[in-house]
Design a protein around this ligand. Structure first.
Ligand SMILES: Cc1cc2nc3c(=O)[nH]c(=O)nc-3n(C[C@H](O)[C@H](O)[C@H](O)COP(=O)(O)OP(=O)(O)OC[C@H]3O[C@@H](n4cnc5c(N)ncnc54)[C@H](O)[C@@H]3O)c2cc1C
Length: 337
């Protein structure tokens, strides 16, 4: 069945699915019965033309019996293209039996995804994380921030379950136009509790307050798939022979391993010192400085909504939203598409 992608469908921000369906059908010159489904794939707020609208991208499935009538003329239309092929997030299975465990160090985004993928592939990896699980980590950070509690070396904004990722803003668009797998990553976040809005928002954003439960749900799924995860478990040393890692020393315990994935972020200076002493090749990256600036909401609204700022358009959980549309089209009140 053929799918077409429609770009720049403009619909009022306070309208629902039906306005999107109408705009899509109008663009194609089709009636409802010609179309099997219309699915919203992207939306971005646009207030540049004096109205506050969503600029939407939607995929349209033509009913197979009308495909021949219609498809030969679709290149006459503007802002229409084929739906790009999305490669599935698949990894070829290894052919050799590993001669020991695969040890992953660090439960930040890099380590957690490595453990998740390997566990799903049946490798039963061991993930060691020097910090605390999310719940006790959150309590320690709360005490430090609000109640004069101590700064704990292994339970802070950098170390602990989810790594720096748990306390990041959860903005998910750093490489959005470069990596076709990003949408697969977003789908995983949704599967483990993030809002489905991240699949359609032009600037997807989970939010710090929502990240910890998503990270915990993903860790539990990783364990259920066969991974072992140990908290308060720090990689202290590596045994390397002839350029190959033989064992990881974790809290003094020697763990034989076939491979060790070191996903320790950028703050573990003690571990980098150890790796340097072991002769592991390290490359200094240019220093990156991030600055978080908090603006008054009125300033943000003016930038986003122009002269309509203050008219209540700011999306909240209560605001009307364009829902993802799938399957049969809903009834349209006035009987027209
Ligand atoms: C305030 C802030 C906001 C951010 N906002 C965003 C954002 O909105 N969007 C975005 O894309 N990125 C954001 N980032 C960046 C993002 O968080 C990082 O790029 C990401 O977390 C890096 O992932 P990682 O897995 O490589 O390392 P990390 O997340 O740093 O995880 C490393 C883990 O390794 C563990 N570890 C270290 N040494 C050892 C050891 N010896 N033994 C065992 N465990 C060890 C640590 O405890 C930690 O849990 C933000 C970062 C910060 C600090």
């Amino acid at each position: 069945m053929k799918k077409l992608r429609l770009y720049n469908l403009m619909v009022p921000i306070d309208s629902g699915d039906k306005a999107l369906y109408r705009a899509a059908l109008r663009r194609l010159g089709l009636q409802r019965e010609h179309v099997r489904s219309i699915t919203l794939t992207k939306r971005a707020i646009d207030a540049r033309k004096g109205r506050v609208e969503y600029n939407c991208t939607a995929d349209v499935e033509i009913e197979p019996r009308y495909e021949d009538d219609y498809l030969h003329r679709w290149d006459d239309f503007r802002n229409i293209g084929e739906v790009p092929h999305l490669p599935p997030l698949e990894f070829p299975k290894g052919k050799e039996q590993p001669r020991g465990r695969i040890v992953i160090v660090g439960s930040g985004p890099a380590g957690l995804f490595a453990a998740f993928v390997l566990a799903k592939q049946g490798y039963r990896p061991l993930l060691v994380e020097r910090g605390a699980p999310a719940d006790s980590r959150l309590r320690s950070i709360g005490k430090f921030n609000n109640a004069g509690g101590p700064l704990l070396a292994d339970a802070n904004a950098m170390f602990g379950e989810g790594g720096a990722g748990t306390f990041s803003d959860g903005k998910l668009y750093t490489r959005k136009n470069k990596d076709p797998h990003l949408v697969n990553v977003l789908k995983l976040f949704v599967e483990y509790g993030a809002s489905p809005d991240i699949l359609i928002d032009a600037a997807p954003h989970i939010g710090t307050d929502q990240l910890a439960p998503v990270v915990v749900a993903m860790r539990k799924a990783t364990e259920a798939a066969g991974a072992e995860i140990r908290f308060h478990a720090r990689l202290d040393n590596l045994e390397i022979e002839a350029g190959e890692v033989r064992a990881a020393i974790v809290n003094g315990e020697r763990i034989e391993c076939a491979a060790c994935i070191v996903a320790i972020g950028h703050s573990a200076r003690d571990t980098y010192d150890m790796l340097n002493e072991r002769g592991v090749s390290l490359e200094a990256r240019p220093f990156q400085l991030g600055v978080r600036i908090e603006h008054p909401q009125t300033f943000i609204d003016e930038a986003q909504y122009g002269r309509h700022a203050g008219e209540g358009y700011r999306p909240t959980h209560e605001s009307p939203k364009l829902e993802m549309a799938a399957g049969p089209l809903p009834e349209v009140a006035d009987g027209r598409a």
